[in-house]
Write a protein that binds this ligand. Structure first.
Ligand SMILES: CC(C)(COP(=O)(O)OP(=O)(O)OC[C@H]1O[C@@H](n2cnc3c(N)ncnc32)[C@H](O)[C@@H]1OP(=O)(O)O)[C@@H](O)C(=O)NCCC(=O)NCCS
Length: 186
């Protein structure tokens, strides 16, 4: 069994995570999106949201000391996207009424299908539950829908994220009750 270690992401991790994000998207989205959409998504839609790092809600996973993946959650209203270190903080969600956001999951293609994503998702859900959230919501790329479905997320609706060129990135809104039975440990 692969030994995966994890810790909270730190500002010093951001450039390595951004590089991993681009690798992950380019390798894993080929079947779902055109090359042009992938190029644009890498430029405009993906990358680390500094807010998550500052909030202590973003995790990294390592295998044999190498960065294998990153992912996290948020108690803030931001739905998706990269946000810089100087961007203002988004307003917080209300755990009694709103779902927590599951955010920015990327696994290095070299370490795919070894349980890295599932571990990061479990950590994020546990932290959101501990913060009082009863539900979690996320916007999934088409490639990642089976991954989230395997952890109990239900598709809610498909929508298009407009990109600067005028083309669109198809995404799926998904949700899960956090008091549903926990997924088994690997
Ligand atoms: C989606 C992603 C994070 C999954 O990470 P991962 O570490 O490879 O996933 P895991 O190994 O933890 O998979 C757990 C389970 O999810 C399901 N799953 C994961 N990837 C799948 C795929 N491509 N097709 C079908 N099922 C899949 C399987 O049930 C898997 O269990 P199994 O391997 O025992 O069959 C990764 O593929 C990725 O980084 N994708 C590109 C970036 C992206 O789109 N991120 C989502 C942004 S919203």
């Amino acid at each position: 069994m692969t030994q995966i270690s994890w810790r909270l992401a730190e500002p010093a991790d951001v450039s390595a995570i951004n590089a991993l994000t681009a690798r992950s998207i380019r390798a894993l989205h080929r079947d779902s999106y055109s090359d042009a959409i992938i190029d644009e998504a890498v430029l405009h839609a993906y990358g680390v949201d500094w807010q998550l790092v500052r909030d202590g809600t973003y995790f990294v996973a390592e295998i044999d000391g190498a960065l294998a993946g990153a992912g996290g959650w948020s108690y803030r209203k931001t739905i998706a996207g990269a946000h810089g270190p100087e961007d203002p903080e988004a307003d917080p969600l209300d755990p009694a009424a709103d779902p927590a956001r599951i955010r920015a999951f990327y696994v290095d293609p070299e370490f795919g299908r070894r349980g890295v994503g599932a571990l990061l998702l479990r950590l994020s859900e546990d932290a959101a539950r501990e913060a009082g959230f009863g539900r979690a919501e996320l916007t999934s790329t088409l490639q990642a829908v089976p991954f989230y479905a395997a952890s109990g997320y239900r598709p809610v609706r498909r929508f298009d994220l407009p990109l600067p060129s005028g083309s669109e990135l198809q995404l799926e809104l998904m949700e899960k009750d956090l008091d549903a039975p926990r997924q088994p440990e690997r």
